[in-house]
Design a protein. Structure first.
Length: 109
């Protein structure tokens, strides 16, 4: 079942489809290449980041109209990558990540 998060002034955020809202556990700083180019958010060139799922959509629709449920739940700590479809969202002073479930690599148990 899809979960929404409460935003200020009574508004709720509900990801659509197979999208999830993640609160990163570590903040990534800038890194600099050998030639001096500054790369934001990719300190130490980590291949993945850790975060907590704070909202999840209902799941993806298949071509025949059936819904495939998302495999993660609100509160799960996940390892995720920042793919091409990642959106950075600011809500209530927090920097959050809105991405599709396919960018989640693993769930910590």
């Amino acid at each position: 079942m899809a979960k929404a998060i409460q935003q200020k002034k009574g508004k709720q955020i509900q990801p659509l489809g197979d999208r999830v809202l993640i609160k990163p556990l570590e903040t990534k700083g800038e890194s600099k290449t050998a030639s001096g180019i500054i790369l934001p958010g990719r300190e130490n060139n980590d291949k993945y980041e850790r975060g907590t799922i704070i909202a999840a959509g209902p799941g993806k629709l298949t071509t025949d109209g059936k819904r495939v449920a998302i495999e993660v739940s609100v509160g799960d700590i996940v390892l995720f990558k920042r793919g091409y479809d990642v959106e950075e969202v600011e809500m209530g002073g927090d920097d959050l990540i809105l991405t599709s479930e396919s960018n989640i690599l693993a769930v910590e148990k």
